[in-house]
Design a protein around this ligand. Structure first.
Ligand SMILES: Cc1cc2nc3c(=O)[nH]c(=O)nc-3n(C[C@H](O)[C@H](O)[C@H](O)COP(=O)(O)O)c2cc1C
Length: 322
């Protein structure tokens, strides 16, 4: 299945198989790993527009970009026009290639502020924010959203129409409802229904693997795939999916040695990027993904959660490999 390389504004992707934004995971070291694995676009985790507008130092750290990871997108969330446009300008100044707007986060705290998926229940305000943000910056603006709040309430088609009218250049559509969080099977039929009339290109997201990638891409206006958890510790998923789409061939899962080599590389990058040994702490969230289904996973994760230097980290991984 040949898919034409996507152009988002003036940015041409090397592949339409891209990395999903994931809070606490898609930091700079992780994105560099994903890029090396073939991701056509990386994205930061969602950044609070309000925190950006208040020049929060920790929030700014989330936006640091490495020259080798481009093109990269910075995602913001918020529910008021002023902070969203201010944040959009800061994102542009920080050198992001693309600005992404979060219209899909199901987390209660975010919903309470009216942002993320919750914002889509107020279509007027959604349109006002999208329009104002698009006008505020020169870089292309994209968004990420969901099918709707819950089954039978497939509001995505309307949001995609608003997005088009406001000048949004691409939308990632998570084929789950807000009520589903990040679990359960994606609803591919509802996804196809939402894509049907879209005037902007859609990137499919939600539990994508080799068994359903082709089905997602058969939806009207669906031009690419966005991979989240399936990429953690499995960076070649991007190039393997690309090869599968190009040739129909599914390359074997990477062997254990490869996964452990990625783990060490990720740890080195995180350790070098964050000061005072914070990198090894920050990347702990990814460990359950690296060791999922592997023997003695609890023991090795426990050990890696205790180490404080990269040397100890590498030694523990080496001993695990035996
Ligand atoms: C730990 C975690 C953090 C996430 N953080 C974000 C985020 O910051 N912004 C966002 O739009 N989606 C976020 N998501 C949702 C993912 O981008 C993606 O939509 C979801 O994981 C489904 O894709 P997958 O099945 O390929 O993992 C997050 C998901 C997870 C698991």
């Amino acid at each position: 299945m040949k898919i034409e390389t996507l152009k988002i504004g003036n940015i041409t992707l090397s592949s339409n198989i891209i990395l999903a934004p994931m809070a606490g995971i898609t930091d700079l070291p992780f994105r560099v790993m994903a890029k090396a694995g073939g991701a056509g676009l990386g994205c930061t985790e969602m950044v609070s527009a309000k925190a950006l507008a208040y020049v929060d130092k920790k929030t700014r750290e989330l936006m640091t970009i490495d020259a080798g990871e481009r093109p990269v997108s910075i995602q913001i969330f918020g529910a008021d026009i002023d902070s969203m446009t201010t944040a959009a300008k800061i994102v542009e100044q920080s050198g992001a290639d693309i600005l992404d707007i979060n219209l899909g986060c199901p987390v209660r705290k975010i919903a309470k502020s009216g942002a993320g998926a919750k914002l889509t229940s107020n279509e007027k305000l959604t349109a006002q924010i999208l329009e104002a943000v698009v006008k505020a910056v020169k870089i292309p603006v994209t968004l990420k959203t969901r099918l709707g709040p819950e089954p039978e309430q497939n509001t995505a088609a309307r949001i995609l129409k608003i997005a088009y009218e406001c000048g949004i250049k691409m939308a990632a559509l998570h084929a789950r409802y807000t009520i589903n969080g990040h679990s359960g099977a994606p609803d591919i039929n509802a996804f196809k229904g939402a894509c049907f009339d879209s005037k902007i290109p859609i990137i499919a997201n939600g539990g994508i693997d080799f068994s359903n990638a082709g089905d997602f891409l058969s939806a009207d206006n669906c031009v690419g795939l966005m991979i989240g958890r399936g990429a953690i510790g499995n960076y070649s998923i991007f190039s393997r999916l690309q090869k599968f789409l190009d040739t129909g061939v599914i390359n074997q899962e990477p062997p254990l040695e490869q996964k452990m080599s990625w783990l060490v590389e990720h740890a080195r990058k995180a350790n070098a990027y964050y000061a005072n040994g914070r990198g090894l702490i920050i990347m702990r969230k990814t460990l359950p993904y690296y060791f999922k289904g592997l023997p003695n996973c609890h023991k090795i994760i426990g050990e890696l959660n205790q180490v404080s230097t990269i040397e100890e980290f590498e030694k523990a991984v080496g001993e695990y490999l035996g």
